[in-house]
Write a protein that binds this ligand. Structure first.
Ligand SMILES: Nc1ncnc2c1ncn2[C@@H]1O[C@H](COP(=O)(O)OP(=O)(O)OP(=O)(O)O)[C@@H](O)[C@H]1O
Ligand SMILES: [Mg+2]
Length: 324
């Protein structure tokens, strides 16, 4: 659906050229949600702006829905952009227009009729029914972002780009907007590429994610797979394991899990004591995460490890000796 290959963008800077995006390859399958995380200045906004050609890459290929965008004429690009919606951190609404007027604007710009019934339908989809005639100044941040989403959906896009779309919102409002994005993904099959500095956003709604540093994607993959990669920085940040102190005896294991870990069952079967020391797990959209367990009194470690494999847990790290 979104296919980037060798995409680069360099800006002239005071102290020489800035390689904002540097040879990025990225593939986001249709109907999935991909998150790009990274520090300020990593190049996230430049990357997402390359996807709809708000920023023209110096090199590389950008394909959306099978169409190469870098070689399109300005007129063809305008048409192609209708299939790519975008939402922003500060909503970018026109304060002089009502909710309905803001939604209509995006249709007017795309040259499609701004039918009142369609505007009403869009307001309904994003949960803004009955607010169509208010001005943005009367709305909360979450409601403003809902207008932003309705406006982005007005041209029936297949792809939605979100640049820090929840960064200006409080945690509860963030959760509501993320729930809306998840629903649009499920109901409309919308493919979503979002960038964020909040790991919680990725944990909450992304099937796959990338970590961006200095213009490059240094890690990329399906979240459930990444957690199973020992040494994955992204997994570490997404599912941090915090323990007060490591116990000085016992066998300590860091596990990546993609289904609930049957701790009781394991301890019964191996007649040992299994203690949960730390865990960071996401349950929405299927279990995934990491846990740290302490195992005491196990007689056959190999059998225990086989059993972990059987229940789908991957050992990222193992530490400590036998003890009773
Ligand atoms: N139009 C521009 N002209 C010159 N330099 C730019 C331009 N846009 C971005 N840059 C530079 O490119 C680099 C990447 O910027 P970008 O805005 O993509 O980062 P970001 O990851 O989105 O950061 P943030 O998290 O703060 O939004 C930065 O060094 C920035 O100063
Ligand atoms: Mg940015």
């Amino acid at each position: 659906m979104i296919e980037l290959s060798g995409v680069s963008k360099t800006f002239p800077g005071r102290r020489g050229p800035v390689h904002a995006v540097d040879s990025v390859d990225l593939s986001v399958p249709k109907g999935t949600i991909h998150g790009v995380v990274g520090q300020s200045g990593a190049g996230k906004s430049t990357l997402i702006r390359c996807v709809n050609m708000l920023e023209r890459p110096d090199a590389g290929s950008v394909q959306v829905s099978g169409q190469e965008l870098t070689t399109l004429s300005p007129a063809a690009l305008r048409t192609a952009r209708r299939h790519i919606g975008m939402i922003f951190q500060h909503f970018n609404l026109l304060s002089s227009r009502t909710v309905a007027g803001n939604i209509a604007l995006s249709m007017e710009l795309a040259g499609i009729p701004a039918r009142p019934d369609r505007i009403e339908e869009l307001a309904e989809i994003v949960g803004l029914h009955g607010r169509l005639h208010e001005h943005p100044s009367r709305l909360s941040g979450g409601q403003k972002q809902r207008v932003g989403i309705a406006r982005a959906l007005a041209t029936n896009p297949a792809v939605l780009l979100a640049d820090e779309a929840t960064s200006a919102l409080d945690p509860a409002t963030t959760d509501q907007v993320l729930a809306l994005l998840r629903r649009l993904n499920a109901q409309l099959g919308l493919t979503i590429l979002l960038i964020t500095h909040e790991m919680g956003v990725v944990r909450n709604i992304c099937q796959s994610a990338s970590l961006m540093e200095n213009g490059r994607l240094v890690e990329s993959g399906v979240v459930a797979d990444l957690v199973g990669h020992p040494g994955s920085v992204l997994a570490e940040r997404l599912f941090p394991l915090v323990t007060e102190e490591s116990p000085d005896h016992g066998w300590m294991l860091d596990l990546a899990i993609t289904s609930p870990l049957p701790v009781g069952d394991l301890s019964l079967r191996h007649r040992c004591e299994v203690t949960l020391l730390a865990g960071s797990v996401e349950q929405r959209g299927g279990t995934r995460g990491r846990v740290r367990i302490l195992v005491r009194g196990v007689s056959d470690r190999e059998a225990f490890l086989d059993d972990l494999k059987r229940v789908g847990a991957v050992v990222n790290h193992s530490h400590g000796g036998d003890s009773a």
